[in-house]
Design a binder for this molecule. Structure first.
Ligand SMILES: [Zn+2]
Ligand SMILES: [Zn+2]
Length: 375
């Protein structure tokens, strides 16, 4: 076995250093040689382990006393002394929580040791809006299902008055190390599923899960301009963490109900408005629907059927912006199914006139047709 460097030297502290100094020194080294900062660097990893080993001994009054008196020899020899850190995950397991490595280094990565706090799962719900609500923004109450900590056992899962016991299979470590020759493989403890504790006397309300299902209602402020692809997040309203971490979030999907008149294309709105032949030919002021009610609009004489008029800024607002889309109004000539006597008389008269006085557009069209069938 290689001789080890003096632990005080490793941490760079005085023999009389107090706890705070030792912790600070270790924290500094741990950050410097952290594997996340030195990916693939074996030397950094060795230093990281060395520092952890030194800290493990020096921050424990009893181990430190033995080390001071006997050196390495005081730690070996089956007295439950010096910890051998086989891999980095052991170090996270031992000290990670103390120093909050996860938070410092972007967290959430499992090093396989006892689980550091994890976020609870997200939940989802749906809210339906009318087009007008989507255009103006609206407050809505949404309802969704999630879990909450059981009130009877405060989420422990154990019957009130009893406590979860340290898992005997892994001694509370949450994982087990299986050795096969030179290899040691670390796996999550199958008995406690990594929690390090087992419930021996389950809470009758939640049957030991520590959770109860709840339906929750929350009011949310929906901004103007949302559409079917918008998702809103209610932070912290999801499921609770299984191990003391933050709650998950609730994601709200938006569904916009079909409008009887308008269809939406991005921020533009489209609609079709019927006009009469006379209005198309002579020009007219017609009523056009908008989101805020109807408004008069002048169409010029000689408007063809299918013509699209663009009303700038009369569409949907853009989400989180002051811009607005346009309203595209397509007019079409509405042919009456029933005619009054007077109507019919006028139209027959019109037909007579048109017989002799075919308009230029139609003349051109018929000329083309005729030429197509000419032999
Ligand atoms: Zn319970
Ligand atoms: Zn276990």
């Amino acid at each position: 076995m290689a001789t080890k460097r003096d632990y005080y030297e490793v941490l760079g502290v005085d023999k009389n250093a107090d706890q705070a100094t030792i912790s600070a020194a270790y924290r500094k080294l741990a950050m410097q040689y952290h594997p996340d900062r030195n990916p693939g660097d074996k030397e950094a990893e060795a230093k990281f382990k060395e520092a952890a080993e030194a800290y493990d001994v020096l921050h424990d009054a009893e181990k430190r006393a033995r080390y001071d008196q006997y050196g390495q020899a005081g730690l070996n020899g089956g007295m439950g002394g010096g910890t051998q850190f086989h891999d980095v995950s052991d170090i996270f397991e031992a000290f990670g929580d103390v120093f909050g490595f996860g938070d410092l280094f972007g967290g959430g990565r499992g090093y396989g040791g006892r689980q550091r706090p994890r976020r609870g799962a997200d939940v989802r719900c749906l809210v339906q809006l009318t087009l007008n609500e989507a255009a103006n923004g609206v407050k809505k109450t949404v309802s969704f299902h999630r879990h909450e900590h059981c009130q009877n056992c405060s989420g422990s899962g154990s019957k009130p008055g009893s406590e979860p016991q340290t898992c005997p299979y892994c001694n509370g470590r949450g994982h087990i190390i299986q050795s096969q020759g030179f290899f040691s493989v670390q796996t999550v403890c199958p008995n406690c599923h990594g929690t390090g504790k087992v419930i021996t006397d389950p809470c009758p309300d939640c049957r030991g899960s520590g959770l109860t299902a709840k339906t929750v209602e929350r009011e949310i402020e929906i901004p103007a301009g949302v559409d079917n692809s918008t998702q809103m997040r209610i932070q912290g309203e999801g499921n609770p963490s299984p191990n003391g971490g933050p709650n998950g979030d609730c994601f709200v999907s938006i569904q916009i109900l079909e409008h009887p008149i308008f269809t939406r294309d991005g921020n533009n709105l489209e609609c079709r408005v019927p006009i009469s032949y006379a209005q198309a030919a002579l020009g007219a002021t017609i009523e056009i629907p908008t989101l805020d009610g109807t408004q008069p609009y002048e169409i010029p004489a000689g408007t063809p059927t299918g013509k699209v008029f663009r009303l700038k800024g009369k569409g949907m607002p853009e989400l989180r912006s002051s811009r607005k889309g346009d309203l595209l109004v397509q007019v079409y000539i509405d042919v009456p199914k029933k005619l009054t006597k007077e109507h019919e008389e006028v139209l027959r008269k019109l037909a007579e006139i048109e017989e002799v006085n075919v308009s230029s557009g139609r003349k051109g069209f018929w000329d083309t047709i005729t030429s197509l069938f000419k032999k």
